[in-house]
Ligand binder design. Structure first.
Ligand code: IMP
Ligand code: MG
Length: 310
């Protein structure tokens, strides 16, 4: 049964847009996880004799991560001529300011053209179809890869000379352990478990049964439990107890996502955490809804219609 507590619930506070096209563009930027500011700066272009500004230009958007201003423009000729003159003047007066002009409404293609919506032009067509079910992106492919690299470096430092064993549970942490292990610069081994948790499609009940155990003994090993997401903490807590009973040298937890607001289990120390997530059901990069969406390269929030589909 679908559990409504997990639904996407974060309406973004929006500025008052002058045009509908700007609002549409802002939605698209949100969708691709690109941060933006709306008309944040006014560039003076002309002054009268007293030094008073008599003409200025306010680009529609600023994208802080790429230090780029964007001006949306219709193709109405009367407006274009005046605007073009202003933009020429802006380029003369402020040569260091980066401004791109987006003509027409095909913003999606323009975002790709300017390399802003990375990671979306690459997936297989099948993945593109799945991506249509996404309401918005929480963590882009680039953000995930950067964070995983940092976690790998941290683990490499902490376990120098120790050769830890990465233990992961199929299938959600599959992509994470694959990338994490390659970001670790010391010798590591890997082993896998499979469990069934008795619960709904979107949450576990914490009652866990092991259906595939580890291949190797872990006695005396430094174990790192690699998890996709820790929600209530029931699964991780069961696994830590289970692994600890096998006399390893140590057991630590590394989770990509931490939905800590949902935690039921007290006292579950998390040594490595990729991102904190709000109480929203997320998919992608290994995380599924009814076994789908694992192969999306980003982590996003599903559209309501995709959650309702049977
Ligand atoms: P816990 O025992 O409540 O911590 O549940 C952890 C498991 O629940 C994860 O390994 C996931 O399989 C699943 N889960 C929890 N939240 C999400 C989510 O937002 N998306 C996908 N799976 C989730
Ligand atoms: Mg799952």
């Amino acid at each position: 049964m679908a559990d409504t507590k997990h639904r996407a619930n974060a309406p973004l506070t929006r500025p008052q847009f002058a045009h509908e096209s700007e609002e549409e563009f802002a939605r698209l930027l949100d969708f691709y996880g690109i941060r933006w500011e709306y008309e944040p700066r006014s560039f003076p272009l002309e002054w009268d004799e007293t030094g008073r500004v008599i003409e200025s230009f306010n680009p529609d958007f600023y994208l802080p991560d790429v230090d780029l201003y964007i001006e949306l423009t219709t193709l109405k000729q009367s407006l274009v001529t005046r605007k073009n003159r202003k933009i020429r003047r802006l380029r003369e007066l402020y040569p260091d300011v980066r401004l791109e002009i987006f003509y027409g409404r095909d913003y999606r293609n323009l975002l790709f053209k300017y390399g802003l919506a990375k990671g979306w032009d690459s997936p297989a067509p099948y993945v593109k179809t799945l991506a249509h079910d996404i309401e918005r992106i929480l963590f882009t492919e680039a953000q995930i890869q950067d964070r995983v690299r940092e976690l790998g470096e941290q683990i490499s430092r902490d376990y120098t000379g120790k050769s830890p064993l990465l233990v992961s549970v199929l299938k959600g942490a599959l992509y994470f352990i694959a990338d994490l292990s390659r970001a670790i610069s010391i010798p590591v081994a890997m082993d896998f478990m499979a469990i069934t948790s008795y619960g709904g499609e979107k949450a576990s009940s914490g009652a866990v049964r092991i259906i595939k155990d580890l291949d190797e003994k872990i006695t005396g090993r430094n174990v790192i439990l690699v998890e996709d997401i820790i929600d209530t903490g029931l699964t991780a807590s069961y696994l830590v107890k289970n692994l600890s009973a096998r006399d390893p040298a140590s057991v630590r937890i590394c989770t990509l996502l931490d939905k800590s607001v949902r935690r039921i289990v007290q006292d579950l120390p998390i040594d490595y955490r990729g991102f904190e997530v709000p109480d929203i059901f997320v998919v992608g990069y290994g995380l599924d809804y009814r076994q789908l969406y694992r192969n999306l390269p980003f982590i996003g929030v599903l559209k309501e219609e995709a959650l309702q589909r049977t």
